[in-house]
Design a protein around this ligand. Structure first.
Ligand code: DLZ
Length: 172
């Protein structure tokens, strides 16, 4: 695991809107992630009215709901939260890889950034350390969401200016 901590820019979230999708598998750990994300949003002035939380059975269902929320056009960023813990089979690897790819695809097709907040660990203890221990992944996911939401708003505005009201591309 990388112990590097990224430095996030200071961003006010007062006009930003977020969708959160949380898996119920490994529920206690995922709920702790949800709590940290919501706390961090609050610390950055995100209005509770601008956050919608949906729950799905497991991490494999996260991309579907992320795609549906992003498709509404009502959000500046979607945060997908789950905890995948290795078992006796390679099921965890299949879910982790396919969800990561699908979440990335949602961002490209909807133009709404999606934060991959799925922890993938060998043991429950490793997940616990990253959720409730020294490594605060929930906060990291929220800070990444704030930064990407800001990028999304800025880039969509820029594209709108370039394309113009009649849909004509006006870049030199
Ligand atoms: C089936 C399954 C297994 C074995 N492990 C996990 C896990 O560690 N974390 C998680 O979020 N979901 C798990 N699931 C459930 C799948 O994500 C999914 O809900 C089911 O395969 C139904 O599509």
């Amino acid at each position: 695991m990388s112990t590097d901590k990224p430095v996030f820019p200071k961003i006010s979230g007062d006009e930003l809107r977020f969708g959160i999708v949380a898996a119920r598998y490994n529920n206690a750990l995922v709920e702790a992630l949800v709590k940290r994300v919501l706390e961090t949003f609050k610390q950055h002035n995100v209005s509770a009215l601008h956050v919608e939380l949906k729950r799905v059975p497991g991490s494999a269902e996260l991309p579907y709901m992320a795609n549906m929320l992003a498709s509404t056009g009502q959000f500046d960023c979607i945060v997908a939260l789950g905890v995948i813990i290795a078992g006796d089979t390679i099921h965890d690897e299949v879910i982790a890889q396919s969800t990561a790819q699908a979440l990335t695809a949602v961002g490209f097709s909807t133009e709404v950034p999606v934060i991959n907040g799925i922890l993938t660990t060998q043991t429950a203890e490793q997940a616990e350390e990253r959720v409730n221990g020294k490594t605060d992944r929930g906060r990291e996911f929220a800070l990444a969401a704030l930064e990407m939401a800001r990028h999304k708003v800025d880039m969509i505005e820029r594209l709108d200016e370039l394309i113009g009201p009649d849909g004509d591309w006006s870049a030199d």
